[in-house]
Design a protein around this ligand. Structure first.
Ligand SMILES: Nc1nc2c(ncn2[C@@H]2O[C@H](COP(=O)(O)OP(=O)(O)OP(=O)(O)O)[C@@H](O)[C@H]2O)c(=O)[nH]1
Ligand SMILES: [Mg+2]
Length: 778
């Protein structure tokens, strides 16, 4: 984007509306976004500051009259100057506190939107951070009216906001005071903290003084301050845009550069409440959702926004995945007909790619609903392609047969076979056609089927020729008829077998794709869990960094936050097999902070600290046992599943074996019958020589069959043996793990008398209330 566009406009009645053209720009941005929004009173140099962040002298329009210039919220998307594959989205907002905008709540809405959409919020003001500047920020105190986390009635906790609120920068322009507190020079940040200091007491004036400060402190634990000197001489100020940089004050330049560098280095990518990275596209959806909700007079619930976002993104993810699959298969279609295994393996490959594409975009699809849609759609398409492949194969085979049989058709037309001995000629020609057909490549999946069809058609001609052939006796004709039937039957079996094999291949392909999908799904879930946990940790870290807990009573605050995290974690679904282990890991990490906070907490006596330490150890131990028990239970379940599925495998295998052997035998019997009959007829007719040859043929056939049966039997036995061996190996391995784990659990010093769970619940659940009297500080 070479210049900013209006993202959210204010209509004359004060109603906010999203600009479609801006949404389209966001829609194109597939990479993560860092969103920096500026808010503050009107005519305080906000747009100018945003232009500096964009690295441009002009862009967002500056006003040079007293009237407010920027309306609604404007947006400028530029490549992030330091982070690769990231877009920097700058949001410039209408000045707060300007004359009537048609809706008394207009400014609060703009302020809330800036908070909701940004990952870094710059609050811009002029002069100093005095009481007036802070009081003018009444919008902060109204934030909770305009933003809710959950739609349930449970009381909201400020710490919830911390999870998704932007980091906060206060930019003080035209700062003229000396940065001194009680005569001592202080840093900009110390200056900000001093301005946000709370007054003791509970009188109305004290409360009024404290409220906006408390809000800022609670909502924005990560804070930073920059004090900008006057930018240039008073006569130049109104034309900053066109001013030669040399005419800017060097001090102002220095602070501006420092400010920009800080934002480029430290501003984080925008994330949703559960840690999901926001791309330009998702940001566009967020804008739409929030503005629609706010302008319809409702309060946006962050949780709902995440759910709505997930719906939209997941639907799009299904579409994207499907496109990957379809475009690949369309390419493959050009080379139809193909053998089924070739189509299946490409299907599998593309289906994996489609799943990957889906996974990349989807989120919070914890029930796998959208994944299932994708799978169903892919399977539908796959069936369609299989049909097309069959059609192509059928067409090729039909063409092949029709060209191979063209001379025969011509002969039939001319009555070539309508002579004594014609049947022999016809049979010979047919045999040649079949031979030629069989050696042709690339006939595809319908090769046997089409041949069967062809033979059936030809058998009408064949029969007519046979009946008309004067060279043959009635008896010979009967024998020939039988023979023809046997040939047709054999071909029918051939075709059925081909179909059967194809079905098995298809099932196998489906099983594999499914396995792969499950694997990817699991990976994704682990990833989402990790993000969620990191998000919670980030919130806590923000507080840790800001020394939030480094006060008397800080240990209780920390324990409560930790408790909340654990509670929230415990009620989340679909955490899967690593739930307890990951929690154990997390608690171990946090125990370092916890101990430091505990030791520093001046509210507690040494004795209390000792007790707390012991309790913490017990909590960790309990969680360790939990994790081990979960593992153990999983192992047992796995062993049981393994045992059952082995049993089932064996049963199915046996069934299949019996069935196949039966079929093989039946078919052999059928063929044998027909041969015996033929032989008997030959004998009867006195064709001794032919009959002898037949006897030999029968002998061969019989021994071949025996051989084949033995082979099959041997093969099946081997398969069963292999399966059993594999099963035994797996079971052995699991048994070893089982007993090792049992030993580990048994050797752990269990908390006295209570079971680990009871202790854990007691300690984690009631930690603060059980140990500390007094109400929970808000
Ligand atoms: N004194 C002073 N003037 C500034 C500074 N930065 C910009 N200006 C001037 O202040 C006027 C308003 O600047 P903008 O950047 O448009 O201010 P804004 O806060 O975006 O104004 P609205 O969009 O109308 O709320 C312009 O004439 C700028 O040249 C500054 O740091 N100090
Ligand atoms: Mg402006």
């Amino acid at each position: 984007m070479d210049k900013p566009v209006c993202l959210i406009d204010t209509e004359s009645d004060g109603k906010l509306c999203v600009q479609q053209s801006a949404l389209q720009i966001l829609q194109q941005i597939q990479q993560p976004v860092v969103v920096v929004a500026v808010v503050g009173l009107y005519r305080t140099g906000k747009s100018y500051l945003m232009n500096r962040l964009a690295g441009q002298q002009k862009g967002f329009a500056l006003g040079s009259t007293i009237e407010s210039k920027t309306k609604g919220i404007w947006m400028w998307c530029v490549d992030h100057p330091t982070k690769a594959r990231t877009t920097l989205v700058l949001l410039d907002t209408v000045g707060l506190g300007d004359v009537d905008k048609g809706d008394p709540k207009h400014d609060t809405k703009i302020f809330s939107l800036a908070v909701l959409l940004s990952s870094t919020l710059v609050l811009n003001s002029r002069g100093t951070i005095d009481n007036r500047a802070i009081e003018e920020l009444q919008y902060v105190t109204e934030l909770t009216e305009y933003i809710k986390v959950k739609s349930s009635d449970e009381g909201e906790d400020d710490s919830e906001f911390v999870k998704f609120f932007p980091s906060f920068i206060w930019a003080v322009r035209d700062f003229t005071l000396e940065q001194k507190i009680n005569g001592k020079y202080v840093t900009e940040d110390q200056y900000l903290e001093y301005a946000l200091k709370l007054k003791p007491g509970s009188s109305r004036t004290v409360k009024e003084f404290n409220l906006p400060r408390e809000c800022i402190r609670n909502y924005f634990p990560s804070r930073k301050c920059f004090t900008f000197p006057f930018p240039t001489t008073p006569e130049n100020v109104s034309r900053l845009e066109s001013l030669d940089p040399a005419d800017l004050s060097p001090d102002f330049q220095k602070v501006s550069d420092h400010f920009c560098k800080f934002i480029f280095d430290r501003s984080e990518v925008k994330r949703l409440k559960d840690g999901h990275t926001v791309t330009g596209r998702v940001l566009g959806q967020l804008v739409k959702t929030y503005v629609d909700t706010i302008s319809s007079g409702e309060v946006p619930f962050l949780e709902n926004a995440v759910i709505a976002m997930a719906m939209i993104e997941n639907e799009a993810a299904v579409k994207e995945g499907l496109e990957v699959y379809q475009s690949g298969m369309e390419k493959l279609k050009d080379s139809f007909p193909l053998e089924l295994k070739d189509v299946s393996s490409e299907h599998q490959h593309l289906s994996n790619m489609a799943t990957q594409t889906f996974m990349k975009r989807s989120f919070k699809d914890s029930e796998g609903t959208f994944m299932k849609y994708l799978e169903e759609d892919i399977n539908k398409l796959f069936d369609g392609y299989l049909c097309k492949n069959e059609e192509a194969s059928k067409k090729r085979c039909e063409n092949l047969l029709s060209s191979l049989s063209a001379p025969m058709t011509e002969k039939l037309k001319k009555g070539f076979y309508a002579t004594p001995g014609g049947y022999d000629l016809f049979s010979q020609d047919l045999e040649d056609i079949i031979k030629e057909y069989k050696i042709q490549d690339n006939k595809g999946v319908k090769a046997e089927d089409t041949l069967e069809e062809f033979l059936k058609q030809k058998s009408v001609d064949s029969n007519a020729i046979l009946q008309a052939d004067k060279k043959l006796t009635e008896k010979e004709k009967k024998i020939m008829e039988e023979r023809e039937k046997a040939v047709l039957l054999a071909q029918e079996i051939n075709a059925k077998e081909q179909k059967q094999q194809q079905l098995e291949e298809k099932m196998e392909a489906e099983r594999r794709s499914n396995e792969e999908r499950m694997r990817q799904m699991k990976e994704k879930m682990d990833e989402e869990l990790r993000l969620q946990r990191e998000e919670a940790e980030r919130a806590m870290d923000k507080k840790l960094k800001k020394g939030f807990y480094a006060t008397p009573g800080g240990y209780v605050l920390f324990s409560q936050d930790l408790e909340d995290i654990i509670k929230e974690y415990k009620i989340q679904d679909n955490k899967g097999v690593k739930a307890e282990e990951t929690l154990e890991e997390f608690l171990k990490q946090k125990s370092v902070d916890s101990n430091a906070i505990l030791q520093a907490d001046k509210k507690l006596t040494e004795k209390e600290k000792k007790i707390m330490e012991e309790r913490e150890k017990a909590v960790l131990l309990a969680q360790e046992i939990n994790a081990k028990e979960q593992k153990q239970q999983q192992l047992e379940e796995k062993m049981e599943a393994e045992r059952r599925s082995n049993e089932e495998r064996m049963r199915q295998m046996k069934e299949k074996m019996d069935e196949e052997l039966r079929l093989q035998r039946e078919e052999a019997d059928r063929a044998m019958d027909s041969k015996l009959k033929e032989q008997a007829d030959l004998l009867e007719k006195g064709f001794k020589e032919k009959a002898d040859r037949m006897t030999k043929e029968i002998e061969d056939f019989r021994s071949k069959n025996k051989e084949a049966e033995k082979e099959s039997d041997k093969m099946f036995k081997k398969m069963i043996e292999n399966m059993n061996n594999r099963h035994a190996e797996t079971m052995n391995l699991m048994m070893r793990q089982h007993s090792e784990q049992m030993k580990a659990i048994m050797s752990m010093p269990r908390p006295k008398s209570d079971s680990s769970m009871v202790i854990l619940r007691l300690i984690i659940g009631g930690l603060s209330s059980a140990l500390f009297s007094g109400p929970r500080p808000s």
